[in-house]
Design a protein around this ligand. Structure first.
Ligand code: GLA
Length: 385
């Protein structure tokens, strides 16, 4: 991360114009993983860590982009009749431009210079931060108004249809709608949401396992397919269901015999996780942080055992956390197969927690975890100051 002044100066040198700055945050999900693509519930918070884009309109139809993190300037034509992904980071930018245009936005050509302090490949949604910052930069440069929910959907479409990752709506939505000191309870079907204040007595601590297992994308799409299979089989017995969101634990128990064992466990994770999210949001609103912590722990166990998206490094981190005084709960966060855990820790225990978890993780794995005490930040916007 290079700082705003440097980003602006580099832009002037590189592109010879005066930029505006746009920012979109990464996210940490407190509870509700692998539920968004089943029309379920999630409870993420936006991070202060963000992607920053310096941007200025161009008089032609070119989109030029460069990252301060390396690589040459890439260039695309907004009128390309057959835009194709290159299988690198520019796909997120290019994909958002394509989807915004398909949604009817009259974009202008633009130069973009990109910087980010969202760790890449750590499950903190660096790609959603890039997509949403791009959306703000492209709409802003063209002088067009921004509808945050519509932009979140465009970002998701870019990832689904251009990048080829069948993600849900959570990451783009929280990057657009996050609010400092709050988590956000989102109904991924209606897109209704409610901000939930995070108790001042606790901190959210993110532990980056530094593990990143390569098969994550393929496994993600497979999990999604398992959920769809479960719905197809259950629909014969539960007419009217459209997604696992419509299935209760009682329904699932009653029709367990209709599902292969693996499909049943995948479905049980999603159905039980939806229930945990709603209970967790209510607990947080009532200041019942102990209950919130218990639900986080149950969520981790379900992701580990039923959904099988955790990995040894994440399990080590979650387990170590539970042995430290002042920890209310701990779980993997995001897609899994590496990345981070999030722990809810009593404010006065944070320092001790950071030391103990770093030492314990290094002893168990030989890896140095990166630890981040997070203060939930605001959603995307134009940077004015
Ligand atoms: C990734 C996806 C999200 C969500 C999470 C798991 O971050 O982008 O849509 O499915 O995994 O909760």
């Amino acid at each position: 991360m290079h700082g705003r002044t440097e980003l602006t100066e580099r832009f002037r040198r590189e592109f010879g114009a005066e930029p505006r700055l746009y920012r979109a945050p990464g996210r940490v999900n407190l509870i509700g993983d692998h539920t968004d693509y089943s029309d379920g519930f999630v409870l993420p918070a936006a991070l202060e860590q963000s992607t920053w884009i310096a941007a200025a309109a161009r008089p032609d139809r070119r989109l030029r982009m460069r990252s301060l993190h390396g690589g040459p300037t890439a260039e695309f034509d907004l009128d390309d009749p057959a835009p194709a992904p290159r299988h690198d980071w520019t796909d997120y930018v290019h994909g958002v431009a394509v989807m915004l245009q398909r949604a009817g936005h009259a974009l202008a050509g633009a130069d973009l210079l990109i910087d980010s302090d969202v760790p890449i490949g750590a499950g903190l949604s660096s790609s959603a931060a890039l997509e949403i910052a791009t959306g703000f930069a492209l709409l802003g440069s063209a002088g067009l108004p921004i509808d945050r929910t519509a932009l979140a959907l465009c970002g998701q479409r870019a990832e689904n249809e251009f990048v080829g990752m069948l993600c849900g709506i959570m990451d783009q939505f929280i990057s657009c709608h996050g609010s400092s000191a709050h988590a956000l309870l989102l109904d991924c079907r209606s897109l209704d949401f409610r901000l939930v204040p995070i108790a001042a007595s606790v901190r959210l601590v993110i532990c980056n396992s530094m593990a990143h297992h390569q098969h994550a994308g393929g496994e993600y799409n497979l999990r999604r397919a398992e959920c769809e299979r479960g719905v197809a089989l259950l629909a014969a017995r539960l007419p009217g269901i459209r997604a696992l969101r419509d299935v209760s634990m009682a329904d699932l128990a009653a029709h367990a015999a209709a599902l292969p064992e693996l499909t049943f466990r995948r479905c049980r994770h999603v159905v039980s996780e939806n229930d945990r999210v709603l209970r967790a949001a209510a607990a947080l609103e009532a200041g019942e942080v102990e209950e919130f912590g218990r639900l986080m722990n149950a969520s981790h166990a379900s992701l580990r055992d039923d959904y099988e998206v955790s990995c040894r490094e994440l399990d080590v981190l979650a387990e170590l956390a539970l042995g430290i005084d002042g920890v209310l709960g701990s779980r993997m966060t995001g897609g899994g197969f590496g990345g981070c855990t999030v722990s809810m820790v009593r404010a006065e225990a944070v320092e001790r927690f950071c030391e103990a978890i770093a030492a314990g993780y290094a002893a168990a794995t030989g890896i140095e975890a990166k630890i981040l005490v997070c203060s939930p930040g605001d959603g995307a916007g134009v940077v004015t100051a």
